[in-house]
Every structure is written in structure tokens, then in C-alpha cells.
Design a protein around this ligand. Structure first.
Ligand code: BTN
Length: 257
């Protein structure tokens, strides 16, 4: 059944959540991130959300496809108009990762969600969700689209994802109705956006450290091999190489073992 926008909106109203309205739900779209960017161009306000039942061109970082079958999962984009300078915004993805991880933990009833730098949410060493932050500027001011994909009901992933992806269902959650999950996500994302706008990544650092999937693991980023050693307040990943030299990475794709 198509996701019920009215139910999400009434849950948000009951809790007086200051974001998530207007909420546009669509049965099928290319990418909710593209829809949200277009909505911003047409005057949509801070906090406006687009949610889709299915996407034909859902995407993740590095132009990868995001598995977006109909009726199973959450594909959500929120518009954020931060007051912060554009240069300060890259760590916002980590703050949003914390927001998603909190929703996942609440559904799994235990603290199991980890964050794999820079934008993945993991459970049981598999990816359950991802955050895609896309920023444009208009007259020097940032317009940010935060896209979140959260695997809710999928039981069988396609072969290329089968060994690395998971869902709330696979992880054992009982409450799999997408509307309350979407309302919780919107609530947490709104809180994270406001906190990040006030104080940057600093208020998230302790939780990020507790949820840091890579910390202490052997990692490879491009030509660099070493042990992940934490995330700093600029959102950079520290990696100690084999000769003990510390490297600070602001971007990259991390392979781990
Ligand atoms: C990643 O893991 O690299 C990020 C995945 C983000 C997927 C979501 S689904 C909703 C929104 N629309 C998209 O096309 N992508 C994001």
C-alpha cells in the first residue's frame, strides 16, 4: 500500500514537530532529492519534505544507485536552509547519520546502530540506511537537500547487495509501519538540523564516537592503509598508518575489514 502522507502529517502535528510540512508523498519518482531541489526552486520552505513509495533513479554517494523498490522502505528528502556558511556544511551528513541511528535504535529496542563514516548507518556490520546531502547556493545562501534511505521491510536484496545490506525486518524489528518511522525520522532530522545550525558537529561528537563503526578497524582509503582512529569536530576521519603517522581525511570511500 502507498505510504500515507496524511498519517505522517498528523503524527508530526500531534508532536508539534516544527519541520515536515509541507509533506509531499508520491507513488513513484526518479529521486526525492531531485524533487526536493526543484521544490526549493519553486519556493518550498525550510523543513519541507518529499517522500516516495518507490524511486526509479534513487542514488547514493558517488552516483551509486539506491535500491528503491515500491512499498518496502523509506525514501525521504528534507529541505534545510542553514544559517551556516557553505564551507561548514559537509559534517551535516554525520549529524543526520546520528538522527537516523537514533530512529533505528528506538525500533530495535537496543543500541545497535553504528555510523560508518561518512554517511552510512549500519546494523550488524551491514548497511541499513544512507544519507545523501546535496547543497546548492542561491545568492551565497545554502539550500540543502538531505536525502535518507532507510531499509524497512526488504527481506531479499538483489545479489550485489545481498552480502552487505540489511533492513529493520532482517534485524528483528517488530514495528515496521512506515508512517510512524517516517514521522520519527523527520522529527530527529529536524532536531539534528537545528542543533547543527547552532553549534556544528561538536554536540554530536560523543555519540558519533560511541557509534563509530570504523574506529579500531583496519581500513583502506585510496592508497592509504591503516587503522581508523575516530572522527573530529570538522567531520574528518583520522587514520593511523602502519608507520604510526596520523592522516586526516575529509572525503573518501572507506573499505574496511
Ligand atoms: C548513500 O548511501 O550513499 C546515500 C543513500 C541515500 C538514498 C536516499 S533515498 C531518498 C533520497 N533520494 C535519493 O535519490 N537518494 C536519497
Amino acid at each position: 500500500m502507498m505510504i500515507d502522507a496524511a498519517r505522517i502529517e498528523s503524527l508530526l502535528s500531534e508532536l508539534s514537530v516544527p519541520v515536515g510540512r509541507p509533506l509531499t508523498a508520491v507513488a513513484l519518482t526518479g529521486s526525492t532529492n531531485d524533487d526536493a531541489r526543484r521544490a526549493a526552486e519553486e519556493g518550498a520552505p525550510h523543513g519541507a519534505c518529499i517522500i516516495a513509495d518507490a524511486q526509479t533513479c534513487g542514488r547514493g554517494r558517488h552516483g551509486r544507485a539506491w535500491h528503491s523498490p515500491a512499498g518496502e522502505n523509506i525514501y525521504l528528502s528534507m529541505l534545510i536552509f542553514p544559517r551556516r556558511a557553505v564551507a561548514d556544511l559537509p559534517p551535516l551528513a554525520l549529524a543526520m547519520g546520528v538522527a537516523v541511528a537514533r530512529v533505528v535504535d528506538a525500533l530495535l529496542l537496543t543500541p545497535r546502530a553504528a555510523i560508518k563514516w561518512p554517511n552510512d548507518v549500519y546494523v550488524d556490520a551491514r548497511k541499513i540506511g544512507g544519507v545523501l546531502v546535496e547543497t546548492t547556493t542561491v545568492g551565497g545562501a545554502a539550500r540543502v537537500v538531505v536525502g535518507v534511505g532507510l531499509n524497512v521491510k526488504t527481506e531479499h536484496f538483489p545479489p550485489d547487495l545481498a552480502g552487505t545490506a540489511t533492513s529493520l525486518r532482517i534485524a528483528g524489528a517488530d514495528a515496521l509501519q512506515r508512517e510512524p518511522i517516517a514521522a520519527s525520522l523527520i522529527t530527529r532530522m529536524g532536531e539534528a538540523a537545528a542543533r547543527f545550525d547552532e553549534a556544528g558537529l561538536e554536540p554530536f561528537i560523543a555519540e558519533l564516537s560511541a557509534r563509530d563503526f570504523l574506529r579500531g578497524r583496519q581500513v583502506r582509503v585510496d592508497d592509504l592503509e591503516g587503522v581508523a582512529a575516530g572522527i573530529d569536530t570538522r567531520g574528518c576521519l583520522a587514520v593511523r598508518d602502519e608507520s604510526g603517522v596520523m592522516h586526516t581525511l575529509s572525503a573518501g570511500e572507506v573499505a574496511w575489514r
